[in-house]
Design a protein around this ligand. Structure first.
Ligand code: PDD
Length: 280
């Protein structure tokens, strides 16, 4: 596989990063995951806009231009022959010297890494036809979840705990309300209405979420942006989540309770179809 590191395209074995890099030592890095379907990059503009917002929020400088990013994305897809898959992009604050809590001097170049992951069958994931099961967990992440940092230890712990419980994923709960999934934005459907938590620092502002809500509104579907509880999700007609890697994924069980019929609901399946049609 050919990867990108700081201006160079390299075989993955040759891409090396300093042991002092703040992405490694401090989790001082932001990232994006973008999907590729039929060789096409989905939601490129949205992901680049959010990357800039994440960097701005952390006073990280040295971002590339939109056109530079586009060229790198296209080059990696071409060089690695990606038809269906993901592009992982990470920008860390780099580092010039020893470990230090303070940021390095202005002008220290960031470390920029991109690589592709081939995922044949990404759009036809059989899980979307079966639906997935989630368990709730307290949201123990920090309070700037709108910044897409690589500090992913708690989401990893949550996914491992879900797996141990024989389930597929975790939904996080704070002050009695669902914030989001371990790596996705969550929704319930009641009486035809799509309900999802409003944007704030409490959740990541999903690129898939933004497009999905736009397409749903264009299809005359009713949307309500507000928090909801696990109990409300269990009593809903349907539940689902969205992310760049899963698109729209039906959720059929929450904490051992079947949601609706216990099968993927018509609204979730229709939204998945609409999303896949509209975004490529
Ligand atoms: N995760 N919320 C969280 C906490 C996420 O990590 C993600 C994405 C989302 C959905 O955002 P988007 O629609 O822009 O992908 C919401 C990515 C896919 C990941 O970490 O692999």
């Amino acid at each position: 596989r050919t990867v990108y590191l700081n201006g160079e395209y390299l075989p993955e074995e040759e891409a090396k990063i300093s042991v002092f890099d703040r992405g490694f030592v401090m989790g001082d890095a932001v990232y994006e995951v973008t999907s590729v379907l039929g060789g096409q990059i989905l939601e490129f503009e949205g992901h680049m806009a959010r990357l800039q917002r994440s960097m701005d929020a952390l006073e990280m400088t040295g971002n590339l231009s939109r056109d530079e990013w586009l060229e790198i994305h296209r080059e990696l897809v071409a060089r690695n022959g990606i038809d269906e898959g993901l592009i992982y992009l990470q920008v860390s604050r780099g580092n010039a010297g020893d470990r230090d809590f303070h940021y390095p001097p202005a002008g220290t170049p960031p470390t920029i890494v991109l690589y592709t992951q081939a995922k044949p069958g990404l759009a036809d994931d059989p899980k979307a036809q079966k639906g997935i099961k989630v368990v709730s967990m307290p949201d123990l992440r920090w309070h700037r979840r709108d910044i897409k940092t690589v500090q992913l230890l708690y989401p990893s712990m949550a996914k491992m705990a879900a797996e141990k419980a024989g389930k597929d994923d975790a939904w996080f709960v704070e002050d009695g309300f669902v914030t989001e999934g371990s790596s996705n934005n969550t929704y319930i459907v009641k009486g035809g209405k799509i309900i999802t938590r409003q944007l704030s620092h409490d959740i990541l502002h999903g690129i898939t979420r933004a497009s999905l809500l736009k397409y749903a509104a264009e299809s005359q579907m009713e949307i309500e942006e507000r928090p909801y509880t696990i109990e409300e999700a269990q009593q809903a007609d349907e539940a689902f989540y969205t992310s760049a890697s899963a698109f729209v994924m039906p959720v059929v069980e929450v904490d051992g309770v079947a949601v609706g019929s216990g099968k993927p609901g018509p609204v979730a399946l229709r939204l998945r179809e609409i999303y896949l049609d509209e975004s490529r």
